[in-house]
Design a protein around this ligand. Structure first.
Ligand code: PMP
Length: 353
C-alpha cells in the first residue's frame, strides 16, 4: 500500500457498533432498542404491501411518509427529510451542512458517530468538555463556529438540555447551523421542534428506532427550514436517489400515525426507568439523571469492566465505552420489567460475591 493511502486509511476510525449477538434467551440491554415492538398497525401495513408491487422502485421523494411526519409535527412536507436511520440523515447533514470553513462544535462526551463522520467528511471540529457532572456549559459554546451538533438528551449520559438552553444557542449563533439530535427525546426530553418556525438555522433529527421501536426498519428524519432540507435532498440525490425502500416507507408511515401505541410504549419505558433507577441506587450505583430509554451508571466500588463481564456470564448484555472519563460507567437500556428484574437479580448476585 502506498504511503498516501495508508495515511488515509489510518485516519478513518470506524464507528464501533454495539454487539448484536444471536444467542437465544439473552437479556439484551446494550443498544437502546425498545422492548415492546413496533406498532401492530405498522407491521400489518408492511404485510399488506408485501406483494408483487415490490418489483417497482419506491417513491424517491417518500411523499406519503414525509406528509405524515409533517402532519405529526405541524410542519410542511418541504420541511421534512427522510433517510435510512438517523445515522444516514446525520451523514448527509455532516456532508451538506457542517462542512464550513469554521469549526463544528460538539460536546465531549457525546455520540461517537460525530467524530467518525467529522473525520470521514473532513470537518474541522472543537470538542467542548462537559462539566464534572457531565452537563453542558453553554458559555463554553460562545466562540466562532460554523455549526453545532448536540444530542438532546445526550448520549451516552442520558442528560437532557432544557429548551431555553437550545434557544440561547440558536440566538447566539444565527449564522451557524445548529443540529439537535433527538434520538431519545420522547422519553422525557424537551423537543426543539417548536423552535423551527423561528430559527431557520435549526435542524432537528429524530429516529423511528427508539420510541417507535423500529430499529430494524432503518428510518430517521430531519426537520427544519426548507433551505436546510433542500441541502440534504441535494446530497441524497447525488448519493442514492431512493432514500427508503417501499416497505420502510409504508411501515414508517403507519408507525408515525399510530400515536396511541407510541404513547403507551414510551410511558411504560419511562415508568420502568424510574423503578430501575431506584433499585440500582439501593445497590450503591450512581445514576446520572436520564431523560432517555437508557441509564448511565457507575458503582461505588466495583470496576465497570468487571461488572460488564460478570453480567455477560449471566446472559445480561449492557454497553460500556472505552474512553477513560466514562470507562467506569455502564450504559443500560431500559427493557421490559421482567428484563430489568433479571438485570437487578444478576447484579445482586454479583455484588454479594
Ligand atoms: N443519534 C444518537 C444520539 C444515537 O444514540 C443513535 C443510535 N445509536 C442514533 C442517532 C442513530 O439511530 P438510528 O440510525 O437507528 O436512527
Amino acid at each position: 500500500m502506498s504511503r498516501y493511502w495508508s495515511d488515509i486509511v489510518s485516519k478513518l476510525r470506524p464507528y464501533i457498533a454495539g454487539e448484536q449477538p444471536r444467542i437465544p434467551g439473552l437479556v439484551k440491554l446494550n443498544t437502546n432498542e425498545n422492548p415492546y415492538g413496533p406498532s401492530p398497525k405498522a407491521i400489518e401495513a408492511i404485510r399488506q404491501a408485501t406483494d408483487d408491487r415490490l418489483r417497482l422502485y419506491p417513491d424517491p421523494a417518500a411523499t406519503e411518509l414525509r406528509e405524515a411526519i409533517a402532519a405529526r409535527f405541524g410542519l410542511t412536507a418541504e420541511q421534512v427529510f427522510v433517510g435510512n436511520g438517523s445515522d444516514e440523515v446525520l451523514a448527509h447533514t455532516f456532508q451538506a451542512l457542517l462542512n464550513h470553513d469554521l469549526p463544528l462544535l460538539y460536546p465531549d462526551v457525546t455520540y461517537s458517530f460525530y467524530p467518525t463522520y467529522s473525520l470521514l467528511y473532513g470537518v474541522e471540529t472543537i470538542e467542548i468538555p462537559l462539566d464534572d457532572q457531565f452537563r453542558m456549559r453553554l458559555s463554553d459554546y460562545d466562540r466562532p463556529c460554523g455549526a453545532i451538533i448536540i444530542p438532546n438528551p445526550n448520549a451516552p449520559t442520558g442528560i437532557g438540555l432544557p429548551l431555553a438552553g437550545i434557544e440561547a444557542l440558536l440566538a447566539a449563533h444565527p449564522d451557524a447551523v445548529v443540529v439537535i439530535d433527538e434520538a431519545y427525546v420522547d422519553f422525557g426530553g424537551e423537543s426543539a421542534v417548536p423552535l423551527i418556525s423561528r430559527y431557520p438555522n435549526l435542524l432537528v433529527i429524530q429516529t423511528l428506532s427508539k420510541s417507535r421501536s423500529f430499529a430494524g426498519l432503518r428510518v430517521g428524519f430531519a426537520l427544519g427550514h426548507r433551505d436546510l432540507i433542500e441541502a440534504l435532498v441535494r446530497v441524497k440525490d447525488s448519493f442514492n436517489s431512493y432514500p427508503l425502500d417501499r416497505l420502510a416507507q409504508v411501515g414508517a408511515t403507519a408507525a408515525i400515525k399510530d400515536e396511541a401505541w407510541f404513547e403507551t410504549c414510551r410511558r411504560k419505558i419511562i415508568t420502568s426507568r424510574e423503578n430501575l433507577v431506584r433499585e440500582l441506587e439501593a445497590l450503591d450505583f450512581e445514576v446520572l439523571p436520564s431523560q432517555a430509554n437508557f441509564i448511565f451508571v457507575r458503582h461505588a466500588s466495583r470496576p465497570g469492566v468487571a461488572l460488564q463481564a460478570a453480567l455477560r456470564e449471566r446472559d445480561v448484555l449492557i454497553r460500556r465505552f472505552a474512553e477513560p472519563r466514562i470507562s467506569e460507567f455502564l450504559r443500560i437500556s431500559i427493557g421490559t420489567d421482567a428484563e430489568c428484574a433479571r438485570l437487578v437479580a444478576a447484579l445482586k448476585e454479583i455484588l454479594a460475591a
